[in-house]
Design a protein around this ligand. Sequence first.
Ligand code: CO
Ligand code: CO
Length: 317
Amino acid sequence: MPLISYPNLLTGFEHAEDAGVYKLSAELALVQTVDFFTPVVDDPYIFGQIAATNALNDVYAMGGKPLTAMNIVCFPIKTMDISVLREVLRGGLDKMREAGVLLVGGHSVEDNEIKYGLSVTGLIHPDKVLFNRGAKPGDSLILTKPLGTGIISTAIKVEEAPPELVAKAIFCMTQLNKKTSELIIAAGDVHACTDITGFGFLGHACEMIEGDNAGLRINSAAVPVFEGVRQLVETGFVPGGLYRNKNFRINQVEKEQTCPDWLFDVFFDPQTAGGLFFSITGKQAHNLVKKMHDAGITDAAIVGEVVADHPGKIFIY
Ligand code: CO
Ligand code: CO
């Protein structure tokens, strides 16, 4: 589409950024994002928390601080009890409170299926925006949450997900990336940052090197994945989005035999409220991962490196 560019628009949506950023003054820029979707778990209160976390996390992925939010609601008022909606909104509000975000409005429409999410507005210094591109050869790659929430949600829908696995996935999907983002900003030397959501780990990794003179090397064994996801994948609980993501990016990815097929599929699993994925100067990486572990972000791990020798490609071993 013919997009309008404007000097104050630091990033629009041509580079699949996590949020749009508009410069208001030399010290202040606006961060704006919106996200809503159908339930990924059965409990309406938890669904509300997850949807709000997912929306707020796009502001943290830019390095911003969310300030205000508006509810977006689709609800089947004729067939579903209004108490369900109340629980969804309560979940969302609890996450906004945790993020220090004020609810300033919202809009609801009648629909066949329930959907919920937020539009979020935040602030950032215009010189401190964490774009999803700009990874530099020599950087280490860090991922902060395990993968597999799309596969787990698919198993939940047919009541085949083990309860311990569901509990761990819910714990991660309701975890704001607030502290993670703060630690990244404090560390400095971060060159590219995004959060892992609908396009899956490798989909968002591809965005990181698009148009750049850099490639990625990923150590498949180092990538955090929920325990028990392997069995679900091998049983066939795979969301349709996983194969769409894989087909879309397969030409940019090269897989060695050392990475098993089931794990390669998990790398394309669409995530909800996933972790931050970022590139940081190599010598800083271990220190930052340790700080994250100390802060309770226990799944954070160095998963690979940025290289110069195969620009635009991801090599997985
Ligand atoms: Co995002
Ligand atoms: Co988003």
